[in-house]
Design a protein around this ligand. Structure first.
Ligand code: GLV
Ligand code: GLV
Length: 319
């Protein structure tokens, strides 16, 4: 029996799976675990199942001790984990790719529709109690048919978003570190371009790249200026990929038409400049938030954990 520390609430099925083989210490709230409590609990752990709200750094790994073998994030993004610090200590880090791809692409497309069709504005208007009625020029948005979607980061989620865009009659361009499967590119009619060209030609720009030093503020004042003034920006990846202050300025000054955000630079805080604006749809990091997806993520994290504790390579290693 190894000791498995779970840093927050996860679907019960995953805890049950872990408990069949190991001694599980799972934080059950209320709220999220404090740093102090977390550092105390991980002491002596062989495995840590982490949520993206917890920072897994050298201090935490050392607090756990030299027996720690695996950190299994219940997320595909792993910018909360210091992966080199894990590698140095011989600890395997793992994530949950694949299982949240479709759910996240759904939210990306939801935000594209919210932003381009002004759904949030309409909802707020009705709830405000103000008078409204159908009008020829009332709350007009922008159509998607025939427009160009620019996808930044063409991994699983980017490709799933592209498939949805194709069904909406959009053209697709993408920027990616690596070439995608030519058969998929052909099926989507997707053309690979540099970021400069993507920003210049896209009517909607959707971000699907990982966050890290090379993508910090990838979209700042200069890139927002390079976009069409009729274009929309959508982010379901990680907040700090966008310079939020620059985005607030660009939206206020109508350098771009609108935006839809599921993630924020300093979550859960949202830049006050954004909160004042009508032309941005704001949702609270819901990309993978379905019952099915969260269960699949937790099960994959459990599988990653069990594999390593049994001396095997996990299904989704990072290092
Ligand atoms: C959610 O944001 C994830 O990275 O899984
Ligand atoms: C998500 O699963 C991705 O790899 O993009």
């Amino acid at each position: 029996m190894s000791k498995v520390v779970v840093t927050g609430r996860v679907p019960e099925a995953a805890l049950e799976k872990l408990r069949t083989e190991h001694d599980v210490d799972a934080w059950t709230g209320p709220g999220s675990i404090s740093r102090e409590e977390l550092l105390r609990r991980v002491a002596g752990a062989d495995a840590v199942v982490s949520l993206l709200t917890e920072r897994i750094d050298a201090e935490l790994l050392d607090a756990a001790g030299p027996q720690l073998k695996v950190v299994a994030n219940v997320a595909v993004g792993y910018d909360n984990i210091d992966v080199p610090a894990c590698t140095q200590r011989g600890i395997i880090a793992a994530n949950t790719p694949g299982v949240l791809t479709e759910a996240t692409a759904d939210i990306a497309f939801g935000l594209i529709l919210m932003a381009t069709r002004r759904l949030g504005e309409g909802e707020r208007l009705i709830r405000s109690g103000q008078a409204w009625k159908w009008g020829m020029f009332f709350l007009l948005g922008s159509s998607l048919q025939g427009k160009t979607l620019g996808i930044v980061g063409m991994g699983g989620i980017g490709q799933a978003t592209a498939r949805r865009a194709k069904a909406f009659g959009m053209e697709i361009v993408y920027q990616s570190r690596s070439e995608i499967d030519p058969a998929i590119a052909a099926e989507l009619g997707a053309r690979r371009v540099e970021l400069d060209e993507l920003l210049a030609v896209s009517d909607v720009v959707s971000l699907h790249c990982p966050y890290g030093p090379t993508t910090h503020h990838l979209i700042g004042a200069e890139q927002l200026t390079a976009m069409k003034d009729t274009a929309y920006l959508v982010n379901t990846a990680r907040g700090p990929i966008i310079d939020e202050a620059a985005l607030a300025t660009a939206l206020r000054e109508r350098q771009i038409a609108g935006a839809g955000l599921d993630v924020f630079e300093n979550e859960p805080t949202v830049h006050p400049g954004l909160l004042e604006l009508e032309n941005v749809a704001l949702v609270p990091h819901l990309g993978s938030a379905t019952v099915e997806t969260r269960t699949a993520m937790a099960m994959l994290a459990a599988d990653n954990t069990l594999a390593v504790l049994n001396g095997n390579r996990p299904p989704a290693p990072i290092n």
